[in-house]
Structures are given as C-alpha cells and as structure tokens.
Write a protein that binds this ligand. Structure first.
Ligand code: NAD
Length: 454
C-alpha cells in the first residue's frame, strides 16, 4: 500500500501520513457497500430518516473540529471552513426529510392500476476534488443515502482528512457499517475502479472537465449513471445602471474566495464601458483591502493555494513581468501564497480570459450594450455560474434568462444553497445536485401495472 503525506498549504509543513487504497482494497470496499445495500434499502423510511438526522446532529457537534481540520489540510479560512462543515450538517438534515417522501405516482390506466416506485440504485461512487472537500462530498452522500443507496467516497489525494473524519462520525451516529465508506486513494486507481467495477451503479464526479470527460467515456461501457460537476469561467456582468459601489465591493470575494479555487469563481468581469473607470477605481480599493492572511485568523478573507503544484500552474498564467492592472497583498514566508491579481483583457482570445485558472486571477473586459454583454458572457465552453448587476428589473430578468449557466445571482454573488439546484450548462457538467430534485439522480423510476381483471 502506498502513502501520501498531507501538507499544510499555509506553512508547507507535513501534517499526517495517509494510506492510499490499492485496487484490491477498492474492490473489497465496493463489495462491502454492495452487501450493506441489501439491508440499507429495506430500513424503514422513518428509521432511515432518524439515522440521517442523527448523523446531522453528530456532525453539528463536531463543526469546530472539522473546520480546524480543513484549515490545516486545505488552507481554507476558518470562517469558510465552519460554513463548509455546517453545510454538510444542513444537507443531511434537508435530505433526512426525503425517505418518507420518496413518492411514486398512481397513473390512471384501463383494466388495472399503474404505480411508479422510486427505487435506489445500489452502490454510488462519489469522487471529490480538493477545493471544497466537505460540501461536495455531502452534496453527493446525503441524498444518495436518503434514497436508500450505499456510498463509497473517494476524497482528493491532497485533502482526505475531513472526509475520513466524516466516515467515522457516520458510524458514531449509528449509520450501519458498510453503508457509508470513505477510501482515500489515487484517482487513477480507486476513481478508475468506480468506473470499471460493475457493482458501482452510479458515479458522482466533481473535478476538472478533462478528467470528467474520461469518466463519461468510461461509464459508457456499462451505461453507468453519472452526474458531472466540472469547471467554470463565470462572468460577473455589471451594467452602468447598477449599484457600482456594491458590485465593486463584492467582486473580490466573488472571485478570490478560496483563493479563486472555486468552480463558481466569477473570473471574468464584464463592465459596461461608460462605468469602466469608475468601477476599476472602486474595485482596486476593494482588492487592496482584501485580507490575504493566515487562514486560522478570524479576519482572513483568503488563504493560500492548495499546493506548490497548483501555485506553479496558476503563476504560469501570469509570469514575472506580465502586464497586470493591480494586485492585492499576500503574506511573506513559507506556504503557497499568491496575491489577488487583476488583469485587463486585451481580447476574448487571451488565455487568461478564456481558461479556468483556478487561482486568484481575474480578467476585466468592457462591453457596449445588453446584447454585447450576453454575447460575451456566453462566449465560453463553460456555463456554471455568474452574476448580473443592474437596477433595471426587466434587464435583470432578460439577461439572467439569456446567460447559459446553471446558477446565476442578480445584484448578489451568492449562488449556493443546499435547498436550490446546483449544476452546469455546456462543459460545466451534467445533471443537478442539491435542492428538491436531487433525489431523482439517485433513484430509478420503476413502473408497475397490476391487472385487476385476473
Ligand atoms: P481533478 O479532476 O484532477 O480531480 C478530481 C477528483 O478526481 C480527485 O478525487 C481525483 O483523485 C479524481 N481523479 C483524477 N483522475 C481520475 C480518473 N482518471 N478517474 C477517476 N477519478 C480521477 O480535479 P481537481 O484538480 O481536484 O479539482 C479542480 C477542478 O474541479 C476544477 O476544474 C473545478 O472547476 C472543478 N470543480 C467543479 C465543481 C462543480 O460543482 N462544478 C466544484 C468544485 C470543483
């Protein structure tokens, strides 16, 4: 068995050595989850609901511990990490209301009765990236378990600690052995095995578009069910009639939160030309005030990048001597730090403007009118998120209907709530997580006709 040493990205120091599962362990864990499915699917809905509420309660009792662990492992600011642990609790509570409400339908037919059932799928393989280890795991496992499936969860190599702890907390909460399994391992070994092992009936993958496409190709072999949450290059569209002060004050958080390692990062700012200078002036003040500091500090708004490799990848987009408009600050010393960086796009074909950088880099581009703004916002292979700022309600409605993205916010940058759907258009993904319909992604609809003449 190989191991991986978890590194604290704020200090570049080792935290803990983790064993990585090999193929045999992956298969044994999948087998165990498949065995547990036989009884978990039959747990009466009220009891399954109670167990999930218990799990939520135990997570709630460990919010601070989980948050501190995430700060250590991922360099997330303590404020964000508390929210992330709380989000797992909230997802569990929300979907704990599902088991007794997984209704089928009764459809009128001649000579009998027709009923549909929402049946669980079996073992669900959840593959999680390193940027939001807790919430992304919870968005998969909470509805999956509620619908009567069992789960095998593979955290990202870089960030396994909170997932491992959540696995332990599930057992403390009384979730039966084998129902919720966490196996740290390499994507190329454990993740791949989820795709090829026929006992895994569905994959929930969140990560890069390139890896997601490979998984989609692999799933075709068994027509395996699949949800994909992939990359993004979201637009923050600011019209001249907007509250420019508010839009500028919110723009750093919209892209530099989690050091820009956020699939929803508004990393393209489109500003109506007549207010470009006024916006940039206010945005510069906000960027320079944005607190990039040790993530343990309560005041921190941004921490380090996740790894030396990620820092090098992001820096490669803005090498020494690049033309930048302005930048924020960063602490000196060890750790994978980068200052928030603002670029003025020269053209829509700039690499920095088109590609998902997944770091604290944003490009600003002016537009002329509403049609131009919509055209620019949609000129991307991605379509995950975005913001629209305008005081004209008609325009806000028109533009939010026209932008091809799954999660938009108007006069706000907030796009994630556990009770509303989340997911991407185009190459940002396939399917939706969260909200009232997520259960559909973890069930098969079975139709049964009962002949009443016999
Ligand atoms: P990644 O694709 O490198 O890895 C994601 C996960 O997939 C990891 O657990 C990894 O071990 C695993 N993996 C890697 N190769 C695999 C393979 N061949 N088969 C199966 N599993 C494999 O992505 P990352 O660098 O960890 O995360 C960053 C990416 O995730 C960004 O592109 C970001 O936009 C995206 N993301 C999307 C969302 C969303 O909801 N749309 C949310 C967060 C992150």
């Amino acid at each position: 068995m190989s191991t991986y040493t978890v590194i604290n990205p704020a200090t570049a120091t080792p935290v803990k050595e983790i064993e990585l599962a090999d193929l045999a362990t992956a298969d044994a864990t999948i087998q165990k989850a498949n065995k547990a499915f036989e009884s978990w699917r039959l747990v009466n809905p009220g009891d399954r609901a109670k167990l999930l509420r218990n799990f939520a309660r135990v997570v709630d009792e460990h919010i601070e511990e989980l948050a501190q662990l995430e700060v250590l492992n991922s360099g997330h600011t303590i404020g964000n990490a508390r929210w992330e642990a709380g989000n797992v609790r909230d997802c569990l509570n929300y979907y704990s209301a599902a088991p007794e409400r997984l209704f089928g339908r009764q459809i009128p037919v001649p000579n009998g009765i027709d009923i549909t059932f929402k049946e669980p799928l079996g073992v669900i393989g959840i593959i999680v990236p390193w940027n939001f280890p807790m919430p992304i795991a919870g968005w998969g496992f909470a509805p999956a378990l509620a619908a009567g499936n069992t789960v095998v969860l593979k955290p990202a190599e870089l960030t396994p600690l909170t997932a491992i702890r959540l696995g332990e907390l599930a057992l403390i909460a009384g979730i039966p052995e084998g129902v919720f399994n966490v196996i740290p391992g390499k994507g190329s070994v454990v993740g791949e095995r989820f795709v090829t092992n026929p006992l895994v009936r569905k994959i929930v993958f969140t990560g890069s578009t390139t890896v997601g496409k490979g998984i989609m190709r692999g799933c075709a072999d068994q027509v395996k069910r699949l949800t994909l949450e992939l990359g993004g290059k979201s637009a923050n569209v600011i019209f001249a009639d907007a509250d420019i002060e508010k839009a500028a004050a919110g723009a750093p958080g919209a892209v530099f939160d989690n050091a820009g390692q956020d699939c929803c990062a508004r990393s393209r700012i489109l500003v109506q030309r007549s207010v470009l200078d006024s916006f940039l002036e206010k945005f510069e003040v906000a960027v320079k005030k944005f607190r990039v500091e040790s993530p343990e500090l309560e005041t921190a708004e941004m921490g380090p990048l996740i790894s030396a490799g990620q820092l090098a990848r992001v820096r490669e987009y803005v090498p020494e001597g690049s033309e930048i408009a302005f930048e924020g600050t960063k602490p000196s010393g060890d750790g994978y730090w980068m200052a928030p960086t603002v670029l003025l796009a020269k053209s829509t074909s700039d690499r920095t403007y088109r590609e998902e950088i997944f770091g604290p880099v944003v490009s600003v581009l002016p537009f002329d009118d509403e049609a131009d703004a919509i055209r620019l916002a949609n000129d991307s292979e991605y379509g995950l998120s975005g913001s629209i700022w305008s005081r004209d309600i008609g325009r806000a409605v028109r533009v939010s209907r026209a932008v091809e993205a799954g999660n938009l916010s108007v006069n706000s940058n907030s796009s994630v709530r556990y009770w509303t759907p989340f997911g991407g258009y185009k190459q940002s993904g396939l399917g939706r997580e969260l909200g009232p319909d997520a259960l559909d992604a973890f069930t098969e609809t079975k139709n049964v006709f009962f002949d009443t003449n016999s």
